[in-house]
Ligand binder design. Structure first.
Ligand SMILES: Nc1ncnc2c1ncn2[C@@H]1O[C@H](COP(=O)(O)OP(=O)(O)O)[C@@H](O)[C@H]1O
Ligand SMILES: [Mg+2]
Length: 272
């Protein structure tokens, strides 16, 4: 009985110590263990998440398995990967002139398509911090915000979720009040460098905001090696695309342009 009481007292004391310094517990104890672990263990330590295929399809994410609908994304994945490898690039930004162009759809499809390459490790970050939506596409909710990782208050392995063995997804879970500050911050750059060193991803995909609506993408693009620009055939004007391409090229390498929602009918061609 005395032993039990002593154990309860000990547990209570350690719980109250944890509650009084949650940051110290999160940041000091777990990473200490993490540092000694190897690369495979670091990836395994990320919390896995599962999404039903029908939810993915509802959100037009079709690359989880090889099938006809995945082919255009798979071709894009392979071309992107080859070009990035040729140049020694690891970090790919996805942006567009205006919202609703298909950036997040493309980012998620690329991430899951890359995931089918068993020998590659990939990461997807939702940096569209004013209007994050990767968590909605996957119908998942991370325990912390991506901004908590970037400012160092939460360790990456506590925030990011793992799809399969080799795709880490760092989702935002609410809109940030001052995204430009986070996207421009030196601490964000340093954090991305340290994540790249710790997890050795072959590809880091950044789902970014649109270029023509605010300064957020411009603020972040210095962190990317290259960018894909998504234009939507039935919505993006040529002038918007030109301005966007010029702006992106000032900050990083334009890897290519993805023409989304192109239909082989006259109306779509006229409005493109
Ligand atoms: N090729 C397409 N055909 C039809 N709908 C699409 C296509 N690409 C994307 N969408 C839909 O358009 C909406 C906006 O796409 P999203 O990827 O969220 O754009 P963005 O990230 O650029 O704002 C989503 O509902 C998405 O499912
Ligand atoms: Mg989006």
């Amino acid at each position: 009985m005395e032993k039990l009481q002593a154990a309860l007292d000990k547990a209570r004391k350690s719980r109250s110590a944890r509650h009084s310094s949650p940051e110290i517990d999160r940041v000091a104890s777990k990473p200490a263990k993490m540092k000694t672990a190897g690369l495979d263990e670091r990836w395994l330590a990320l919390t896995p998440f599962e999404v039903q295929d029908k939810i993915l399809i509802q959100h037009r994410i079709v690359t989880r398995s090889a099938r006809k609908a995945a082919t255009p994304f798979d071709i894009l994945r392979t071309k992107t990967l080859l070009q990035m490898r040729q140049n020694g690039w690891k970090r790919l930004a996805i942006t567009s002139p205006m919202p609703s162009s298909g950036k997040t759809t493309l980012a998620c499809n690329l991430a899951l398509g890359l995931g089918r390459q068993r020998d590659l490790r990939s990461m997807l970050f939702d940096f569209d911090l004013r209007d994050p939506s990767v968590h909605e596409f996957f119908e998942a909710r991370p325990p912390y915000a991506i901004s908590d990782v970037m400012n160092g208050s939460v360790a990456f392995h506590e925030q990011a979720l793992r799809f399969g063995d080799n795709v880490a997804v760092s989702m935002a879970h609410h809109a940030e009040p001052d995204p430009t500050r986070i996207l421009l911050a030196e601490e964000t750059t340093e954090k991305l460098d340290s994540l790249q060193a710790d997890y050795e991803p072959d590809v880091m995909i950044f789902d970014l905001p649109s270029v023509l609506v605010n300064d957020d993408s411009r603020a972040f693009l210095k962190n990317a090696d290259c960018a894909l620009i998504v234009v939507r055939a039935d919505a993006t004007r040529y002038g918007q695309f030109e301005t966007c391409q010029r702006e992106v090229a000032e900050h990083t390498n334009v890897l290519g342009v993805v023409l989304n929602a192109f239909r082989h009918d006259k109306r779509a061609v006229e409005t493109a």
